[in-house]
Design a protein around this ligand. Structure first.
Ligand code: OXD
Ligand code: MN
Length: 611
């Protein structure tokens, strides 16, 4: 039996509840060794991973890893939220009874780390000193060294984060066991994987993957699912899949902070890391806080909603990241950044990396290039057009590598939130930006957020795949209760943020994008900030307030008058069709607050009145 106590003593891990938990799980998973991790161990662990071939060099202070080829993405079908009360069942959370999942996963994990090291990762999902600390501490146990290296980049890691807890029991128990990846039947009826958040026990049990989204338990399982549940159970906060940025007007010194949710493939990371467009760069400075998670709460001192990014790093999608779409991301993964690339293409001779969309075409000289599976490009069949990098390949880098990271990104007080935005991906109907001043209408807008199905076969033409608040895969309890919790938290603020819906993706009949997008998107946010401050008035429509052409700062934008008019107009007929889809979508939710139904009926009636 492995000597757990000596390992914990050696690392100075004194929290008695954590010690019991580590001992309990070491007895179940039966590793050969136990090692407690601190962020200061990174260089040694990187070297060990290089020696073991788990990492390959990818330039100065840059690393490359591959995951097992059937283990490259989150698995929503195998992910569940378990509690002991069926009231927590929602449409999207794959609810299961806690006792059933705990027993099943304990069985799968029994003896499954034999021959391996169990790494004990004490972590904090918050800037140290945050008022949300009681919900932010956790201890991940993992048998994968690459997972440790990712956790060091994505969260704050060290024994002090759990030794100093006011309540020694207030940490999330997060157990990750990789399992025998080659024999787990991924995607078959005999799939052995299970990823469970036993939310009312603050315990996360993930078996059968070492891919980040399934295995970095601080990030998605704790930072989103567990925190979503804790936010409601405590009545204190919201945990959302939101980006967070700041804008400063250098002329007036005004600062705004904007957070918001976007369904995947709607440009959330690019917006989070955006810079001001060239024509406005002298006047506005944009700062990055976070690209994926924000926790929001009300500060009783000033009655405002505050927000913070609980993460320490970025786990970004590599595909299509380039000088135009996201130059700051490219800078954040340069030499000496410590970045870890996963499943991009790799050149075994030059140690370069490449992914689709990084440059217009792949490197012309294919010598030494391997695709994400490690197969030589030079040996591919002539008709093989499969991508070099996996579409979900990633880069993992710390926030402080992002060149425009805000100076106060680690301020435990968080930042006051001026606006909460929802951004769909729709080729028609949704204007560039519409501001929503009413709380219930704002929450209603978030609940009906969606993106167009990528393939016609996925849905009826024009119908969205709804993704409430962009939390569809991370909801921890029922959607009606979730809406009520939003109304309660934001409703408790006396000085509230404004809501808005944005859409960068309207297209003309010939398929061209009507709005240039990328850095120009800042112009919509600037209008919103000015509208909130009462500096512009916009134009009221049934679905919110739209900018007038004169109010948008358009200096340097290339857009035709026709496109501009269309992205600042409401297509009443399309909207009335959408209201029918929304009604069916909302009806599926239990206990949806009457305020949300009233908001739905108000918007419907206003559209009918204008028809
Ligand atoms: C996700 C992620 O899967 O952020 O949403 O990785
Ligand atoms: Mn995400």
């Amino acid at each position: 039996m492995v000597d757990v106590n000596s390992a914990l003593d050696e690392a100075g891990l004194t929290n008695p509840r954590v010690r019991e938990y580590v001992a309990e799980w070491a007895a179940i998973t039966q590793p050969d060794r136990v090692e407690v991790v601190d962020a200061a161990d990174d260089a040694r662990l990187v070297q060990e991973a290089l020696d073991a071939g788990e990492l390959l060099p990818a330039g100065e202070g840059r690393y490359y890893s591959r995951s097992y080829f059937k283990d490259t993405a989150r698995s929503e079908e195998r992910t569940v939220v378990a509690t002991s009360t069926e009231d927590d069942k929602g449409v999207y959370n794959n609810w299961k009874p806690a006792a059933e999942m705990t027993e099943l996963l304990t069985d799968r994990m029994r003896g499954a780390s034999a021959g391996k090291t169990m790494y004990v990762i004490p972590y904090l999902m918050a800037p140290p000193g945050s008022p949300l600390t009681p919900y932010a501490a956790g201890v991940e146990l993992t048998d994968s060294r690459p997972v440790v290296l990712h956790m060091i980049r994505m969260s704050r890691v060290g024994a002090s984060y759990v030794n100093e807890l006011e309540d020694p029991n207030s940490f999330v128990r997060a157990v990750h066991v990789t399992g025998d990846l080659e024999n787990l039947g991924q995607g078959t009826p005999d799939d052995q994987r299970y990823f469970a958040t036993v939310a009312d026990e603050r315990t996360i049990l993930h078996f059968g993957s070492s891919y980040g989204g399934n295995a970095l338990l601080g990030k998605i399982a704790h930072g989103l699912r567990q925190a979503c549940y804790d936010g409601r159970a405590s009545g204190v906060f919201l945990a959302e899949q939101f980006m967070l940025l700041g804008i400063t007007d250098k002329e007036t010194g005004k600062r705004w902070h904007i957070c918001g949710g976007f369904p995947s493939a709607s440009g959330k990371t690019n917006l989070a890391m955006t810079l001001a467009p060239d024509a406005l760069g002298d006047r506005y400075h944009v700062e990055f806080y976070g690209d994926d998670i924000a926790w929001l709460w009300v500060n009783p001192d000033d009655g405002r909603v505050y927000g913070m990014n609980p993460e320490f790093g970025v786990f970004g999608v590599a595909k299509d990241t380039n000088e135009k779409t996201n130059p700051t991301a490219l800078e954040s993964i340069g030499d000496g950044s410590g970045v870890i690339f996963t499943n991009v293409a790799y050149n075994e001779q030059t140690h370069e990396v490449w992914w689709e969309g990084m440059t217009k075409s792949p490197p012309a000289d294919v010598t030494g290039w391997q695709d994400w599976k490690g197969e030589l490009i030079s040996e591919r069949a002539a008709d093989d057009t499969s991508p070099w990098a996996h579409p979900n390949s990633r880069f993992t880098t710390t926030l402080d590598n992002v060149p425009n990271v805000a100076a106060d990104f680690e301020d435990p007080a968080g930042v006051p939130i001026d606006a909460i935005i929802f951004g769909g991906r729709t080729s028609d109907r949704e204007p560039l930006v519409r501001a929503i001043t009413d709380l219930a209408e704002g929450v209603y807008d978030g609940l009906t957020l969606g993106a167009e199905a990528t393939f016609a076969a996925e849905g009826v033409d024009g119908q969205l795949r709804y993704d409430p608040m962009s939390m569809r895969p991370f909801m921890a309890y029922g959607e009606g209760d979730y809406a009520a919790h939003w109304l309660k938290i934001i409703g408790a603020a006396t000085d509230r943020p404004i809501f808005a819906h944005v859409n960068w993706f309207q297209r003309g009949e010939d398929g061209h994008f009507r709005w240039p997008g990328y850095r120009e998107n800042l112009r919509a946010l600037l209008w919103l900030a000015r509208f909130k401050d009462g500096d512009v008035t916009g134009r009221q429509t049934p679905v919110g307030v739209l900018p007038t052409v004169e109010e948008l700062e358009l200096e340097g934008v290339e857009i035709t008058p026709e496109d501009l008019e269309i992205i600042l107009t409401i297509d009443n007929e399309r909207w009335r069709q959408e209201m029918g889809f929304r009604e069916a979508h909302l009806k599926a939710f239990d206990r949806l607050p009457e305020e949300i139904w009233e908001a739905h009926r108000r918007v419907s009636a206003a559209l009918d009145a204008e028809a």
